[in-house]
Design a protein around this ligand. Structure first.
Ligand code: SF4
Ligand code: SF4
Length: 492
């Protein structure tokens, strides 16, 4: 089948073999699981348990709030020993509200309400169950999946794309799940397709994953799910790139894929949907790649949500010497970890311990205006020009030429012969613009409050004045009436 041309993209060294060849193995439970209430895009979940409560595996411990949110569940049975701040895996490094569970090692599950026939459920019922299970985009976006399903059904998408383009170096968790759980993934794909009413379902898998391609082709045979091989390149795992290469459709800037009739989900998300609908299991664990040159025995582990990152490294034999950098996610779009007590969350696809040689830090040199970064950008931006404007403090100027469309893929930094950390400029500028917008909103809210207070005070003063006037008038009327009555008596 025809593939379409892509804009930009790079071919970083894959460094996947060390973890790709080992089968997924389950990580034993840690003494404590730290389950953050915010692991998704949207409003944080609200705790519905208390310290001292006994919980079952899969029991709701945090309820989603508002239209865009996701609930969180106990990864195993045990006791809630704390609810409060704990170091979070957020790039800011700040702590976040977390439910801490001490496992009882009995793995007692909540009763599941299983449908006799998963395909006998109404489409909306599937979306509801996916929402109640706390499923979010497991490719790293962590957008609540049920919201995407409902929006897609409403917008009438015609095509479902399942993204098997695991393009970040080192990461192999999607590769392994496709090799080992292909039949379940295909069931998940069919359930999603049914829930949104899409006419076609396509799975895009990069050509550097032949075993995953073969397993998925075998599982999809006779199921009306098309498996497509796409070229291995970065960032093929970006939804818009996958849509472009498979369908030749371009998502408008600041638009959504549903605007062009497409819904995209990750392969691991499809697997999680199957687990929920067919087995009644909410999202309480995920596959995580543990890799990097400093890790003794790289692997893919099935990890209960809330497990401290240190436990993953321990299960892989620890480090060869001290790692130069710890990363959560891939080396291109992940972020640096300052310590290993942070927990694995729903969006954690990998934890890496990199050596100094792998980081390869060199001092930046001046820009030679070679425009290699422009050719690499998958969005079609001008990284050198945006960086120049940011350096001269012209953030509005950088915004005017597309800063907000930058997906922070790091392709421009990777190819820059002068080793200019372009993506760092863009992340800094986006953060700065966001904080400026937040402070404008705050100022606006304060001004509105002050205006409302002034208006309230004026209204109260006016009402008091009017009441005093009314009392005065009533008194005058009473006095006039009394005088009139006195005169009438004298006359009588
Ligand atoms: S790749 Fe680097 S050196 Fe070349 S134009 Fe871009 S910023 Fe300048
Ligand atoms: S980081 Fe931004 S500017 Fe650089 S290549 Fe990626 S999308 Fe383009």
């Amino acid at each position: 089948m025809k593939l379409f041309r892509l804009r930009g993209g790079i071919h970083p060294e894959g460094r996947k073999t060390s973890s790709a060849d080992a089968a997924i193995r389950a990580l034993p439970l840690s003494p404590y699981l730290f389950v953050p209430l915010q692991q998704h895009v949207g409003a944080p979940a609200k705790p519905v348990v208390q310290v001292g409560d006994t919980v079952l595996a899969g029991q709701l411990i945090g309820a989603g709030q508002g239209n865009v949110s996701a609930p969180v569940h106990a990864p195993t049975s045990g006791r809630v020993v704390a609810i409060g701040d704990h170091p979070s895996p957020h790039p800011s490094g700040l702590s976040a509200a977390t439910v801490t569970i001490e496992p009882d090692h009995e793995a007692r599950w909540v009763d599941a309400d299983l449908p006799a026939d998963p395909f006998g459920l109404a489409p909306d019922e599937i979306s509801e169950r996916v929402g109640a299970a706390g499923i979010v985009g497991l490719g790293g976006a962590t957008f609540p999946s049920s919201v995407k399903l409902k929006l897609s059904r409403r917008s009438g998408v015609d095509t479902l794309i399942i993204n098997g383009g695991e393009c970040e170096p080192y990461l192999t968790c999607d590769d392994r799940i496709m090799r080992e759980r292909a039949a379940d993934i295909v069931t998940g794909i069919r359930l999603i397709q049914f829930a949104v009413g899409a006419r076609r379902a396509l799975v895009g898998i990069e050509d550097n994953k032949p075993e995953a391609l073969a397993a998925m082709r075998q599982a999809a045979a006779g199921n009306d799910v098309e498996i497509r091989m796409v070229p291995a390149m970065y960032p093929m795992g970006w939804d818009k790139q996958m849509i472009q290469v498979l369908l030749g459709r371009e998502v408008p800037a600041e638009g959504r894929s549903a605007d062009i009739g497409v819904l995209v989900h990750n392969v691991a998300t499809a697997w999680a949907v199957q687990q929920t609908i067919c087995l009644g299991r909410p999202l309480v664990s995920r596959i995580v790649t543990v890799s990097g040159g400093a890790v003794a025995a790289p692997a893919n582990l099935e990890v209960p949500i809330g497990t401290p990152v240190q436990a993953l490294f321990d299960a892989c034999g620890g480090f060869h010497g001290a790692p130069a950098r710890l990363v959560l996610g891939g080396p291109m779009m992940g972020h640096q970890l300052s310590h290993t007590s942070v927990p694995v969350v729903k969006g954690s696809s990998g934890v890496l311990a990199l050596t100094q040689a792998e980081i390869g830090l060199t001092r930046p040199a001046p820009c030679i205006r070679c425009s290699t970064c422009v050719r690499a950008c998958p969005v079609g931006l001008l990284p050198l020009e945006m960086a120049a404007r940011i350096r001269s403090d012209d953030l509005a100027g950088a915004e005017a030429i597309g800063l907000k469309d930058c997906i922070a893929c790091g392709s421009c930094s990777y190819v820059c012969p002068s080793s200019i950390p372009l993506v760092h400029y863009f992340n800094y500028a986006k953060g700065e613009l966001m904080s400026q917008a937040r402070s404008r909103l705050k100022q606006e809210a304060t001004r509105k409050l002050a205006e409302e207070r002034t208006a309230r005070m004026q209204r109260i003063a006016r009402e008091r004045e009017e009441a005093a006037e009314a009392r005065k008038a009533a008194k005058a009327a009473r006095e006039a009436a009394a005088q009139a009555a006195a005169k009438t008596e004298v006359a009588a």
